[in-house]
Ligand binder design. Structure first.
Ligand code: MLT
Length: 322
């Protein structure tokens, strides 16, 4: 009897250890919390290719859009903690706790962090035939036409919604928001002229601005961006406090073994040095993070500090959780 329980105990330790050594022995899914064709999807697919080479397994990108990115985060939080379900999320992981009265997950407690991926500036953009031509003209126009101007975003908790809140705060306006499942479909409507303007990451706007299918008003960064050298900064356009950088990171459920986290982290670090990723990121106005930020520790520190920061910003602005 005693011998049998020792054998069972040894077996129960040996099985997970083997499973970790073997990881990954089947495709790994990265869940994107917004629609296909948008900025989060683009970044994920770009790093997914070189990550799959390092892991020796296919990476499947799954778009689970809804509730400003919180639907996917809630699903990954309770997924099997075996490394086969990974979440790509952005700054929304840190804003959601202040924007949602009841969130189905705790960002800091329910996940292990794999590492940061990239930091992307945003751009304020309008439909091609929208009347304003500069940021200052946009501000004046929006103030004069508050009731009719439409502003696209990807729902409460999305980066585009955050940037819109900051824009409204900076201009003292209250706009009509048109929510989408992601800024991929929002961009389709902006190009088609169905909405007036939005604020979105360069990874979704740089090529449209350069191609002239939409109007670029400003980049939400202190410096101009090499991918869009003609686009003024928000400070140049008269809104010096409107600076937003959208940071991205990879997450797994909290009970995922450390050895698996390490393998995913090694794949991430290699992907961020891949020449095609570096080149494509640059064309889209961004860069991979440096090695010291592509770590669980740096990622966790960023998440904590950003949760604290946005809580203060929203409280000061009187934004209530819904
Ligand atoms: C997306 O991928 O659609 C965006 O990241 C949405 C957003 O956060 O604005």
């Amino acid at each position: 009897m005693i011998r049998l329980s020792i054998a069972v105990a040894v077996l129960s330790v040996a099985v997970p250890a083997f499973a970790q050594d073997d990881f990954p022995n089947r495709p790994v899914t990265i869940v994107v919390p917004f629609a296909a064709g948008g900025p989060t999807d683009t970044v994920t697919r770009l790093i997914g290719e070189p990550m799959s080479k390092v892991l020796g397994q296919q990476i499947v990108v799954q778009n689970t859009a809804g509730a400003g990115g919180t639907l996917a985060a809630g699903e990954v939080a309770v997924a099997e903690p075996d490394g086969y379900t990974v979440l790509m999320h952005h700054i929304g992981m840190s804003t959601a706790p202040s924007l949602y009265a009841s969130l189905p997950y705790k960002p800091l407690e329910d996940f292990k962090m794999i590492g940061l991926v990239t930091e992307v500036p945003m751009t304020i953009v309008g439909r091609k035939d929208f009347e304003p031509n500069t940021l200052q003209e946009l501000v004046d126009y929006v103030k004069a036409n508050t009731d009719t101007v439409t502003y696209a975003n990807a729902g409460v908790g999305a980066a585009s919604q955050l940037c819109g809140l900051l824009f409204m705060e900076a201009t003292g306006t209250k706009l009509t928001e048109v929510p989408y499942q992601g800024t991929g479909p929002a961009m389709t409507d902006l190009v088609g002229g169905q909405v007036d303007f939005m604020c979105d990451q360069t990874t979704n706007t740089a090529e449209q601005i350069k191609g002239g299918t939409i109007k670029g008003y400003a980049i939400t960064a202190p410096e101009r961006n090499p991918a869009l050298p003609d686009l003024p900064t928000t400070a140049e356009g008269g809104l010096p406090d409107l600076n937003v950088t959208v940071w991205h990171g990879l997450y797994v459920p909290k009970d995922t073994p450390d050895a698996v986290v390490q393998k995913l982290n090694e794949a991430l670090k290699a992907a961020l040095k891949d020449p095609i990723v570096v080149e494509r990121f640059a064309e889209l106005g961004t860069t991979p993070v440096a090695d010291d930020l592509a770590t669980p520790a740096a990622h966790s520190e960023r998440l904590q500090s950003q949760i604290d920061l946005w809580k203060k910003v929203f409280e000061a602005a009187g934004v209530q959780p819904q």
